[in-house]
Ligand binder design. Structure first.
Ligand SMILES: [Zn+2]
Length: 500
């Protein structure tokens, strides 16, 4: 009897066919990732070049939902798909609050990263002593940006964005103001120019040569042209494109063909203004307007002609702009656009000499809620094996939703019951809990991804303005700016008060 039981027990494992985790594809993929990490060599110290990518409004929620959409768009499993920047070896979390608010705007968001000091919301290139919409305090609180310091140290500098070039994030490279809305002279209150402040378009173009950008690609042509010329909105009669073209070997491009035709080996500054205002989103962009990856590629080709190295700021702006509208399709499509632009930078640079950082200025109130199967479209209704998973009232619900925004319930209006075809349409706005004409930014920490020299310093949780310290250290800016060969003239001051 005993022998019979023993024989039965011995047979059990074979009969139950226990699983072998070691041959499970998930297990082996994670083991390969571990081996990669174990074989990783610490990155070198000091970089020749720094490329900073900003996904405007790209919180971790946007990265997760964006990767799922990017994978599903390619007919792949979305959840396990990897965006280009998710393959970078080091990552950390950045605390983005401003000097005066729990949740930052884009202006302080980039200013903290580019100057090393958090300021108040809507201000840029100034310290935390400033007060809003106040020219004298802007002049007093002005501090240099990383791009200006790098230019002064002899590096080439550039900015690429899908927004207007005078919008908050690109202005973080060259702008100094207490109010981000002062983009053309028509935006300034009369007391501001009287006190010595100039608009952001003039700050970009009229900056002293020692700190002026070598490459600037984006939109906002209207802010550079006098009113009466097309859509020009300058009241001072200045044609800032003509001012730019007055510089040695300067070039101006206006469309994708012009960008593609640029000889990137020819020296000289290049201004690219591809729309009157913001560039159209990837989902709506005509062939005449270049995409973020094409602009990034050309900017790198131009800047890398400088043997001293370069600093480049690249922004995917429309993630934020479409989140503000609760339109997850377009916002998340722009996450994919950022991924493509980072891929271009990874292919065009050497991790031994170029520090690449990908982060966000702040997050947005997007939520990915549970219930859907892996094969269900992330933009769709919550379904499992095709079955609707309803809310507590028995109504269909969407996988993605927002905390606030224009699709929130307005006083006296009943919210529509969504169907799958409606929610998968490009223009659909995912539901929001609270009605606001524009969705509000969110305040949780944002991810930072990095590779290249000093990228290992971007691990853990840190303040947004710490990112400046890492970039400045990588470029050895302190030592380079103390070099007697670097002319420490009064160029910055001339730039602010308009005395050229
Ligand atoms: Zn925003």
């Amino acid at each position: 009897m005993k022998a019979a039981i023993l024989a039965l027990l011995l047979m059990l494992p074979a009969a139950a066919q226990a699983a072998d985790s070691a041959t499970n594809p998930q297990f082996t993929a994670a083991r390969a990732a571990l081996n990669n990490a174990l074989n990783r060599q610490p990155p070198p110290r000091r970089a020749r070049n720094v490329i900073l990518f900003i996904g405007d409004g790209m919180g971790i929620n946007s990265v997760t939902a964006g990767r799922i959409l990017a994978g599903q768009t390619r007919g792949r499993d979305g959840a396990s798909y990897q965006l280009s920047f998710e393959t970078l070896p080091y990552s950390g979390l950045s605390k983005t609050y401003s000097a005066d608010k729990l949740v930052t705007d884009s202006s302080n968001g980039i200013s903290a990263i580019m100057t090393g000091v958090k300021t108040i919301n809507a201000a840029t290139g100034v310290d935390d002593s400033v007060t809003g919409k106040d020219c004298p305090s802007a002049l007093k609180g002005r501090i240099p940006t990383l791009a200006e310091q790098a230019a002064r140290a002899g590096l080439a500098t550039g900015v690429v964005t899908t927004s207007g070039i005078t919008d908050a994030t690109p202005a973080g490279a060259y702008g100094h103001t207490t109010f981000r809305g002062w983009r053309a002279d028509a935006d300034l209150p009369p007391e501001a120019p009287a006190a010595g402040c100039i608009d952001l378009a003039r700050q970009l173009v009229e900056a002293p040569e020692a700190i002026r950008l070598d490459v600037a690609f984006g939109g906002d042509l209207n802010n550079f042209l006098p009113s009466g010329t097309g859509e020009g909105r300058r009241k001072d009669g200045l044609d800032l494109t003509a001012t730019w073209l007055g510089y040695d070997h300067a070039r101006l491009v206006r469309d994708a063909a012009g960008l593609a035709a640029l000889d990137t080996r020819t020296p000289g500054p290049v201004l690219g203004l591809f729309a009157g205002g913001d560039l159209p989103s990837a989902a709506d962009r005509p062939d005449t307007v270049p995409g973020l990856a094409a602009m990034t590629a050309t900017a790198i080709d131009l800047l890398s002609q400088d043997p001293d190295g370069y600093v480049l700021l690249v922004e995917s702006a429309a993630i934020d702009k479409w989140h503000h509208q609760n339109n997850a399709y377009r916002a998340l499509t722009e996450v994919d656009e950022l991924s493509k632009a980072v891929q271009v930078a990874m292919e065009r640079t050497d991790p031994r000499d170029t520090l690449i950082i990908v982060t966000a200025d702040h997050s947005h109130g997007l939520v990915l809620t549970a219930g859907s199967g892996r094969d269900e479209p992330v933009l769709g209704l919550v379904r499992y094996h095709g079955e609707l998973q309803t809310d507590g009232n028995g109504r269909p619900r969407t996988t993605l939703s927002y905390a606030t925004g224009p699709s929130g319930p307005k006083e006296g209006t009943a919210s529509a019951i969504p169907d799958q075809a409606t929610v998968l349409a490009k223009d659909y706005r995912q539901p929001a809990l609270t009605y606001m004409t524009s969705a509000q930014h969110a305040g949780e920490d944002v991810p930072v991804y990095a590779r290249g020299p000093d990228s290992d310093l971007l691990t853990g949780t840190f303040e947004s303005n710490y990112i400046y310290q890492v970039m400045a250290h990588a470029l050895d800016l302190d030592a380079r700016l103390q070099d007697p060969a670097v002319r420490l003239d009064s160029g910055d001051q001339e730039h602010t008060d308009g005395r050229q």
